[in-house]
Design a protein around this ligand. Structure first.
Ligand code: PNS
Length: 166
């Protein structure tokens, strides 16, 4: 039986933390569906096409052969249902993530009538306090983000900031 899992997020932009979770997920599952949230009430730095492109540009061919990247809007449980997955992957960083992640896990489980399981993958040491909003904050002030994002993403962010400053 094919084991399919979903890893969803805003990925605005994708960080080394996300990439690490994707790589490790592909070792645990046959296929990982990366759901890129397009929430129209949220404002993103990057369009869904750009966010997808940055994920594509950051993964090795081996990892890419096991992932599918799909933009979605609406409830995550519906996205899982449509794609016939019963597993949701979440990266867990510091203790501060715990409250939000438990709330999300329990809500999703209720919405899906216990048909969904959340698998938490603990962060590796280097990415423990990494977040996309922190990366954007540093980039906005032309700080060095090379330790936090893949080179492909760094170049896209740098170009985005330069364009904005014109
Ligand atoms: O990048 P993030 O903030 O970690 O991603 C959060 C995401 C996309 C997983 C969450 O916002 C989400 O599931 N959104 C879809 C709407 C939904 O299902 N909300 C109820 C979740 S309890």
């Amino acid at each position: 039986m094919n084991k399919v899992a979903v890893y969803a997020g805003s990925f605005d932009p994708v960080s080394n933390g996300h990439i690490n979770i994707i790589e490790r997920s592909t070792k645990l599952f046959d296929k990982v569906i990366i759901g890129v949230l397009e929430n129209f009430s949220k404002s993103y730095w990057f369009s869904k096409e750009e966010r997808i492109d940055m994920i594509l540009g950051s993964l090795s061919p081996e990892v890419l052969s096991k992932v599918v990247i799909i933009a979605f809007d609406g409830l995550l449980v519906d996205f899982l249902h449509i794609h016939k997955s019963a597993v949701l992957i979440r990266g867990l960083r510091a203790v501060s993530d715990y409250e939000y992640e438990m709330q999300m896990h329990l809500t999703n489980q209720t919405l899906a009538h216990n048909e969904i399981e959340t698998v938490f993958l603990p962060s590796v040491r280097e990415n423990l306090y990494l977040s996309s909003s922190l990366i954007k904050e540093i980039a906005k002030f032309s700080g060095d983000i090379s330790s936090f994002v893949p080179k492909y993403v760094e170049d896209k962010i740098t170009a985005w900031v330069a364009e904005r400053e014109k």
